[in-house]
Design a protein around this ligand. Structure first.
Ligand code: ASP
Ligand code: MG
Length: 417
């Protein structure tokens, strides 16, 4: 018997029929002898609607009352799910965040989980009652309802799996796993059976939206085995049909490259002719940080004349204009030139085996060269190489790299026997 936390996302509980479909999965797992804790999202579209109601009254609403409103979506689903389980003869009960209790910080709208005393849920489980927990919400120490940020139900599920020492956390969604790249762009993309936490974090940060990045961080910190799987496929989680996300040491054969990720949501900002002296980078990035602008890819060239240098970095496209305004206020702005390019894409290859293999960068650069795609900037980590290119070549680059690293269904795997 395994203890499994199962979480159903918005589309998987989008209407009463789908809630019954999810209840059927839970029933199947219980019949197999497993102990199940359920976490649910709001029904698809409900949270957006609730957010919109707050804005209709005034965009100036307090974060406390916003949380009270938007947390209600999950509460509805938890009750409906408990009813659907009762209909199948299963003893179940709903839990709002405060009833668990899931204690979180009072940063409303983006609260962090501080503690989950497990006693109430353990007591339900030992009485053979299936707890159905409303995701996304908790209670602050000042006794107010808080929410964890959009997409936060994944984080609730992983946190509960950690607090209850579950064997696995299954995230049921509308895709059947994590893919080598976006299958809408590359039909040959394959579902991955195993991905490491580190790889998943890179993929999630790059827009593989299947999991809330915080849930992956939490899974990594507490070593929770996470599975992403479809609620619309016939199998249940204990048949392991989805993508398992586990620690690197559980992966015997590490793929050199496991996926190709891309994003077109960033803009490239360059500031040319800045002083080549201590404190310049800090002067640039301090105000950006204060404005909560997330900076990625940072490249500074070597000074050619010994007195000035050039800096290039990326920011989310939405923040590009604000970034330029901040740079224009720098003390050295007059002597430097600011350039902005919103027509770029960042393409990354990701794989934990990369750190112990040479030649990966070479293959990437050669492939792009063969397709006459110019590389504007390069950054690397132990398990990732990212390049910035002209946005119009996104698809060509992703397809070419996917093939070069033999990631497709019809390609031979790059590693393996
Ligand atoms: N219902 C919340 C949202 O739409 C939380 C979640 O579904 O994970 O953001
Ligand atoms: Mg989600």
């Amino acid at each position: 018997m395994a203890r499994i936390v199962v979480k159903f996302g918005g589309t998987s509980v989008g209407d009463p029929k789908r809630i019954e479909n999810a209840a059927e999965k839970i029933y199947q797992e219980i019949k197999r002898g497993h102990e199940v804790v359920v976490v649910v999202s709001a029904m698809a579209g409900v949270t957006n609607q609730l957010v919109d109601y707050c804005h209709q009254i005034t965009p100036d609403h307090t974060a406390e009352e916003y949380d009270m409103v938007v947390a209600s979506g999950e509460q509805v689903t938890s009750g409906l799910m408990a009813i659907a389980l009762h209909k199948r003869g299963i003893e179940a009960r709903s839990f709002a965040g405060w009833q668990v209790p899931l204690i979180c910080s009072d940063q409303h709208g983006r609260a962090r989980i501080d503690d989950i005393p497990p006693e109430n849920l353990e007591q339900a489980l030992s009485s053979k009652i299936v707890p159905v927990v409303a995701g996304f919400q908790g209670v602050s120490r000042s006794n107010r309802i808080s929410t964890l940020g959009r997409g936060g139900s994944d984080t609730t599920a992983v946190a509960l799996a950690a607090a209850l020492n579950a064997d696995r956390c299954d995230i049921y969604t509308d895709v059947d796993g994590v893919y080598t790249t976006d299958p809408r762009m590359v039909p040959d993309a394959q579902k991955l059976d195993l991905v490491s936490y580190e790889e998943m974090l890179e993929m999630a940060a790059l827009g593989a939206k299947v999991l809330h990045p915080r849930s992956v961080e939490l899974a990594m910190a507490y070593n929770v085995s996470l599975q992403v799987l479809s609620s619309f496929a016939p199998q249940v989680g204990s048949q392991l049909p989805g993508t398992l996300i586990v620690s690197e040491d559980k992966i015997m054969e590490k793929q050199i490259v496991n996926g190709v990720a891309f994003t077109r949501n960033e803009a490239k900002i360059s500031i040319l002719g800045i002083p080549d002296s201590p404190g310049t980078a800090a002067a640039i990035f301090d105000p950006l940080c204060a404005a909560d602008i997330n900076v990625d890819v940072i490249v500074q060239n070597i000074s050619a004349n010994g007195s000035t240098a050039d800096m290039t970095f990326t920011v989310p496209k939405l923040d590009a204009q604000k970034t330029v305004e901040i740079l224009e206020k720098l003390p050295f702005a007059q002597q430097s030139q600011i350039r902005i390019d919103t027509k770029i894409a960042k393409i990354s290859i990701i794989g934990i085996g990369m750190s112990s293999h040479s030649g990966v960068a070479r293959t990437m650069f050669r492939t792009l060269a063969d397709h006459r795609i110019n590389i504007q900037a390069i950054t690397t980590s132990e398990i990732k190489i990212s390049v910035l290119i002209d946005e119009q070549f996104t698809e060509a680059a992703v397809k070419a790299l996917h093939q070069a690293f033999e990631l497709g269904k019809t390609d031979m795997r790059a590693t393996g026997s």
